[in-house]
Design a protein around this ligand. Structure first.
Ligand code: GLA
Length: 392
C-alpha cells in the first residue's frame, strides 16, 4: 500500500466511523535491535533502529473526557472515560491506549478526550514493538490535543510505565525509546542507564533485513520475567564481592570470571551472555559504519549462539531461520531480534542482493519448517510525531 492509499483508506474509515474528518495523524515506528538482546533491563547498551513499519492514530478532539478508539487491524472498539480507566478484557489492544492515558494523568497532565482510529503496518506479537508504537502514538495524540510539552525521553518512560504497570509486561526501555527517539537514516546506540543515545550511520552497502519466523511468541509469558529475575540474582551475588555493582552492565568479564563458580550454573550462563552481549553492542557500533564484514559476522554469530545456548531464548523455528539466513546470497551476518522465543530475526545483507536473499531464505525456511515466513528489508525511520495536519 502506498502512503497516499493508506491515507485515503484511513481517513475514509475515520469519516465513516465518526462522521467527521480527523484533526491530526500521529505516527510511531516499530524497531529492530541490531545488537543487544535483553541488555536493556540490565542497564546496558543496545544498537537499535526504528523501522519504516509504523502505527498511525487518526484523531479528533472531543469536548468531553471520553476516549473512543477503534482499529483497522484488530476487531473491537473501546470507549472509556479519562476519569475512570479500567482494563478492557474484550478489546485487549485498547489497554495500551488506556495505560498511557492513566500514566499521563498520574504524571499530572490534564488530558482531552478524543475519537481515534488506529492503523498499523507492524506485524503483531513478532518482536518489532507494535505495543510500544501504539503507546508512543497515543502519547503524541494526547500531548498534541492537550497542548503538553513532553520531551521524547519522558514519552518513552510514560509508555514503559503503561506497559509495566497497566498492561503488566515487565519490559525494559528499549522499545519505547526506539519508537520515540528513532532517527531517519540512522541506528541508535542507546545507553539504557543514562537514557541517552548517539546516532550511528549504517554503511550504505549493509541492508538490515527482517526475517519473521512466523512462530509467534507471547511476551507476557513467564520466560521473560524469569530471565530478569536470574540476572537480578546474579547481581545480588556479585554485589557481595563488588559493592559498586548495581546492574550486570557494571560487571567486567574479569570480575565475572573471578566469581563465576559462586553463581548457580543457570545464573552464570545468563550473566555471561549479558556481559558479552553488552560488549558486542559497543563492538558492532564501531563495525557498522566501516563495513568490516568479517567482524560483523563474528559478532552476530556469537550473539546468536549466546542467545541460544546461554540465555536460552531460542526456538526450533529460529534455528531453521538462522540456517536459511546464513545460506542466503549476500548475507553478511544474522542473529535473533526482540525477546527471542520465535518472532523476528535480523540479517545484515549486501544491499545489492536483498531481493535474491529474500526469495532464497523464504524457500529454504519453508522447505525446512512448512511455515511461510516474511522476509523484507527495513530502513531507519523517524521517531514518533505528528504525521500531518488534516483539514476538518
Ligand atoms: C522485549 C522487551 C524489551 C527488551 C527486549 C529484549 O522487546 O520489551 O524491553 O528487553 O525484549 O532485548
Amino acid at each position: 500500500m502506498t502512503f497516499d492509499e493508506r491515507l485515503k483508506l484511513t481517513t475514509e474509515a475515520f469519516r465513516n466511523k465518526f462522521g467527521h474528518n480527523p484533526a491530526l495523524i500521529a505516527q510511531a515506528p516499530g524497531r529492530v535491535d541490531l545488537m543487544g538482546s535483553h541488555t536493556d533491563y540490565n542497564m546496558g547498551y543496545v544498537l537499535t533502529m526504528s523501522i519504516d513499519r509504523n502505527t498511525w492514530i487518526l484523531a479528533r478532539p472531543r469536548s468531553d473526557h471520553l476516549v473512543q478508539i477503534t482499529s483497522l487491524n484488530l476487531p473491537g472498539e473501546s470507549t472509556f472515560l479519562l476519569d475512570d480507566i479500567e482494563h478492557d478484557t474484550l478489546t485487549p489492544w485498547s489497554n495500551y491506549v488506556r495505560g498511557v492515558a492513566k500514566a499521563m494523568q498520574e504524571a499530572g497532565h490534564s488530558l482531552r478526550g478524543f475519537d481515534g482510529l488506529v492503523h498499523s503496518t507492524i506485524p503483531f506479537s513478532s518482536g518489532l514493538s507494535s505495543s510500544a508504537a501504539i503507546e508512543m502514538a497515543t502519547v503524541v495524540v494526547f500531548k498534541t490535543l492537550s497542548q503538553l510539552g513532553i520531551d521524547s525521553v519522558t514519552m518513552a518512560l510514560l509508555g514503559q510505565q503503561a506497559e509495566n504497570q497497566f498492561v503488566g509486561v515487565n519490559s525494559g526501555i528499549l522499545d519505547q525509546y526506539s519508537s520515540a527517539l528513532g532517527e531517519k537514516g540512522c541506528a541508535l546506540l542507546l545507553d539504557c542507564r543514562a537514557l541517552t543515545s548517539h546516532t550511528m550511520p549504517v554503511s550504505q552497502t549493509i541492508q538490515p533485513v527482517i526475517c519473521d519466523t512466523k512462530a509467534r511468541r507471547e511476551l507476557t509469558g513467564s520466560e521473560y520475567d524469569e530471565r530478569r529475575a536470574q540476572c537480578e540474582e546474579g547481581v545480588r551475588i556479585l554485589q557481595q564481592f563488588y559493592p559498586d555493582v548495581a546492574a550486570l552492565r557494571d560487571v567486567t568479564m574479569a570480575q565475572f570470571k573471578a566469581h563465576e563458580a559462586e553463581l548457580p550454573a543457570v545464573v552464570a550462563r545468563r550473566c555471561r551472555f549479558i556481559i558479552e552481549e553488552n560488549q558486542r553492542v559497543l563492538d558492532l557500533a564501531e563495525v557498522l559504519p566501516s563495513g568490516d564484514y568479517d567482524r560483523l559476522r563474528a559478532l552476530t554469530d556469537a550473539s546468536y549462539l549466546g542467545a541460544r545456548d546461554l540465555y536460552e531464548i531460542g526456538a526450533p523455528a529460529m534455528e531453521a531461520m538462522m540456517q536459511a539466513m546464513l545460506a542466503g546470497p549476500g548475507v553478511i551476518g544474522a542473529r535473533q531480534a526482540g525477546a527471542g522465543f520465535g518472532g523476528c530475526m535480523v540479517a545484515f545483507v549486501e544491499a545489492s542482493e536483498v531481493d535474491l536473499f529474500a526469495a532464497r531464505v523464504s524457500t529454504h525456511y519453508e522447505q525446512a519448517t512448512g511455515i511461510t515466513p516474511a522476509v523484507y528489508a527495513v530502513s531507519p525511520a523517524p521517531g514518533a510525531g505528528l504525521l500531518t495536519s488534516v483539514r476538518g
